[in-house]
Design a protein around this ligand. Structure first.
Ligand code: NAD
Length: 503
């Protein structure tokens, strides 16, 4: 069984790979610094110590990476599906072999607890394995016969794509985007988040060892406003798959306008969990707690608004407060830790600013509402009660271990409040009345809804949000709809009459 001490020791070994040259880009198969030689530092949110230097890419590095992805595209597209599949499976094997090292680096770089990151690393392997299985059918099409034509459709990869990922669970999210792009036959330029670059570099090394050809997958580190922006503006990049804030999604739309980019956006959320009084309240309590306080609450699908029926509110909140006060905040490498430090100073400031906002708005801080320790970015899991849906704590994405509880009386009222936010990523409904569940899920404005369950991902299902939570879906065949183009070919089935002009 791992312990904090054994994990710290293993982390030191894992970090040795970054000791000499830090985190470099990978362009056209070469591990290189920025053309400008500029670097920045990545720090651990545990104690703010510098982990290593990171190459700070800009438009020149993006240009080199996009050119490499462009040059490698035709060969990767035309590689027999069987061979592409083999490489993806090799990558999945490589991730599994290095899963512990990935989890340790992810925890140190992001502050996420080891208990969740060890699973997230393996999820990354699953993503590659799942999309490896789809490679052979990715180009499949239909026959849509008309009286005079056999109309066949096929899909072709769109070309080189840009993938821009955020700092929360960065490893898993990178695999979720890169695996289907490669399976579709696209080449990739990946720009990971500047706050958590370590595991994207490990993933790149795994792919290189797995036999990914030069230029097929390129990695450029750097900041959103230079490397990220340049990627979204590059004419050789045909599409951008982006995971991050809604505001950034809006900027990327503007930046990509001149080159008519196709965009896929997975953005923010303010997801409701609606608990009706007829639900299995013990299971609901477990799920409510898990879906907001796991992964530090830095999770797009977190259920950050609890809508609780007034008839069971007092009892439910009482149990909730006891459990929230009991959540173990601590060192992310301690296997017992349930909540680690927030990612960085700015984000810590943002999350903790809501403690004052809650007070100003007239809500009650029923649990937490304070920092833990004086080093690093630890906050106590927090619960706001006596809130209403118009308050900022109910409308804005806080993206930390912070839950706002709001009572409702009727189903209509619950639905109205659930939908009365700018976002629409996920929703969670707890009831044992099946007709109510059907009514509510039908009206809930969200891309993904779970009934009597926490969020359990099934890879063939569509993932994505509505309203300010995103555009497009991925998962299963939906990923290929984004990374591929439909092509129609009509073949005459007989000597049908061709219209004649000037005859
Ligand atoms: P962010 O938007 O600040 O940054 C995400 C990425 O975009 C980073 O790599 C950043 O460098 C880059 N970027 C920033 N400005 C850019 C620009 N102008 N052009 C191109 N790239 C740019 O988001 P974040 O703070 O890293 O991540 C947290 C957010 O991500 C939250 O809102 C969360 O809800 C969202 N998220 C959504 C999902 C989902 O599936 N819907 C999943 C995870 C995270």
């Amino acid at each position: 069984m791992p312990t904090l001490n054994s994990n710290v020791e293993k982390l030191q070994n894992a970090l040795a790979q970054f000791e000499n040259s830090g985190v470099l880009h990978q362009i056209n198969g070469k591990s290189i610094p920025s053309q400008s030689t500029a670097t920045f530092q990545t720090r651990s949110p545990v104690d703010e110590s510098v982990i290593c230097n990171v190459a700070k890419g800009d438009a020149a590095d993006i240009d080199a990476a996009a050119n490499a992805a462009h040059a490698a595209f035709a060969e990767w597209r035309d590689l027999p599906a069987k061979e592409r599949k083999k490489i993806l499976i090799n990558i999945a094997d490589g991730i599994e072999q290095r899963a512990e090292e990935i989890a340790l680096c992810e925890c140190w770089d992001t502050g996420q607890a080891f208990r969740f990151m060890s699973k997230a690393a393996l999820r990354g392997a699953e993503n590659f394995r799942y999309f490896a299985d789809q490679v052979t059918s990715a180009r499949d099409g239909q026959n849509l016969p008309s009286p005079t034509l056999m109309n066949i459709t096929t899909r072709v990869p769109i070309g080189p794509v840009g993938i821009i990922t955020p700092w929360n669970t960065p490893f898993m999210l990178s695999t979720w985007k890169i695996a289907p792009a490669l399976a579709a036959g696209c080449t990739v330029v990946h720009k990971p988040a500047e706050l958590s670059p370590l595991t994207a570099r490990i993933l790149m090394d795994i792919a290189t060892d797995a036999g990914i050809p030069d230029g097929v997958w390129n990695l450029v580190n750097g900041f959103g406003e230079d490397a990220g922006k340049a990627l979204t503006e590059h004419p050789k990049i045909k599409a951008i798959a982006f995971v991050g804030e809604s505001q950034t999604g809006s900027l990327i739309t503007q930046q990509g306008a001149a080159t008519l980019k196709r965009n896929h956006f997975e953005l923010g959320g303010k997801n409701p969990v609606i608990v009706f009084d007829d639900a299995d309240l013990d299971r609901a309590l477990d799920a409510v707690i898990f879906m907001i306080y796991s992964i530090n609450g830095e999770r797009c699908t977190s259920s950050s608004r609890l809508l609780i029926q007034d008839s069971v509110k007092d009892e439910f909140e009482k149990k909730l407060i006891a459990r929230v006060n009991n959540i173990k905040v601590g060192h992310p490498l301690d296997p017992a830790t349930e909540v680690g430090p927030l990612i960085a100073q700015d984000h810590f400031n943002k999350v903790t600013s809501y403690f004052n906002i809650a007070n100003e708005d007239g809500a009650t801080i029923a649990a937490g509402g304070e920092r833990v320790g004086d080093k690093g970015f630890f906050v106590r899991p927090t619960l706001f009660t006596q809130a209403d849906n118009s308050m900022r704590i109910a409308q804005e994405e806080i993206f930390g271990p912070v839950l706002t509880s709001i009572p409702f009386h009727t189903e209509e009222e619950a639905l109205r409040m659930a939908n009365d936010v700018p976002y629409g990523l996920t929703g969670y409904v707890w009831t044992n009345d099946i007709t109510r569940a059907l009514r509510v899920t039908d009206k809930l404005e969200a891309g993904m809804i779970w009934v009597n369950s926490e969020n359990v991902r099934h890879l063939p299902t569509p993932f994505g949000g509505v309203k300010a939570s995103g555009i497009g879906r991925d998962g299963g065949d939906w990923s290929f709809e984004f990374y591929m183009e439909q092509k129609h070919v009509g073949i005459a089935t007989g000597q049908h009459k061709i219209s004649r002009l000037g005859a």
